[in-house]
Design a protein around this ligand. Structure first.
Ligand code: FAD
Ligand code: A2P
Length: 277
């Protein structure tokens, strides 16, 4: 006798083209959340790249936006870290997704914040404001980053301390990561330095990234040697104004902007496109 059992483990039927299923959602503040989705089997990307994701619009046309992949390229799932813009066409809706829901994901990763876009060096600076942290959430979790650089310094600045929580927790988890622990042991704390600052609320470290770099405060606080174009490399991801100002600071240190096709000492990507830009 055969029993007609329902296929309990059958994959849920996908209803959207390029659909991926949400597996978890975490709300960090009123305006920030992260979520994980299934990864298309064929999707290969370099840690630091971004893809277009979205939801179907009311007129049937998808609302798509660029999103940095926050998970590393070895992860089975994809993670994203998102703003909630109150009247934003996408995020006013995306912020309500739940596990089991579907989002659209166009599997064409691109971007400049990739290790290959820089000349070899010894020390890497990841410089981010707000959700500009996302590509570095990917790169910091990729063992290749530590193979290429002796030391990584993650500078992340937000207005308030609660906006730093996603990044702080991610770095804490990395410090307890068994694989990185096995590879680098006690040395890992020296290899990954984390320098979170706030600008509009008291916290252990304060100030804009531009000021903390040009004054040398970050070097003093972390006990690091001076920045030099021979040894230092950097990746920048924030608002347009932030990117322009940090670029100038790095150029004052003698560093030059590079690209995938022309690797140099630093690369830049916008964390978002501002109004009127
Ligand atoms: P939009 O109409 O797209 O934006 C409305 C306004 O909100 C913008 O004009 C701007 O002033 C502001 N805004 C938009 N995004 C942000 C933001 N991230 N931080 C602060 N202010 C913002 N967004 C993410 O949340 N996470 C990411 O990983 C991410 N990666 C991106 C990578 C690239 C290369 C680019 C160009 C943008 C990225 N963005 C990211 C921004 C994203 O594409 C959308 O703009 C954002 O999701 C808001 O969409 P929306 O339709 O709700 O509002
Ligand atoms: P500040 O509070 O001094 O403006 P925003 O939320 O406006 O995008 O800013 C996110 C963080 O980036 C804030 O801490 C802000 O500092 C900082 N910031 C904004 N613009 C710049 C800039 N041009 N140079 C350096 N830091 C900046």
């Amino acid at each position: 006798m055969t029993l007609d059992l329902p296929a309990a483990d059958a994959a849920p039927k996908k209803t959207l083209p390029d659909a991926q299923t949400v597996t978890s959602v975490t709300h960090w503040t009123d305006s920030l959340f992260s979520f994980r989705v299934t990864r298309p089997a064929s999707l290969r990307f370099r840690s630091g790249e971004f893809v277009m994701i979205g939801l179907p619009g009311d007129n049937g046309k998808p609302i798509l936006r660029a999103y940095s992949i926050a998970s590393p390229n070895w992860d089975d799932e994809l993670e994203f870290y998102s703003i909630k813009v109150p009247d934003g066409p996408l995020t006013s809706r995306l912020q309500h997704i739940k596990p089991g829901d579907e989002i659209i994901l166009r599997p064409k990763p691109v971007g400049t914040l990739v290790l290959d876009a820089l000349l070899p060096g010894k020390r890497m600076w990841f410089l981010a404001t707000g959700t500009g942290f996302a590509p570095f959430a990917s790169l910091m979790r990729d063992p290749e980053t530590y193979e290429r650089y002796d030391q990584i310094i993650m500078m992340h600045t937000c207005r308030t301390a609660e906006e730093l929580t996603y990044g702080a927790e991610l770095v804490q988890n990395l410090r307890n990561d068994p694989l990185l622990g096995e590879l680098y042991g006690e040395d890992f704390a020296k290899r990954l330095k984390y320098y979170p600052t706030t600008t509009r609320e008291d916290s252990p470290f304060m100030g804009r990234i531009t000021d903390n770099l040009s004054s040398g405060k970050v070097l003093q606080d972390l006990g690091l040697p001076p920045i030099s174009p021979e040894t230092d490399r950097a990746m920048i991801c924030g608002s347009l104004a932030f990117n322009v100002d940090v670029k100038k600071v790095l150029e004052d240190f003698g560093m030059r902007e590079g690209a995938n096709s022309d690797p140099k000492e630093f690369v830049v990507e916008k964390a978002f496109v501002g109004e009127g830009v």
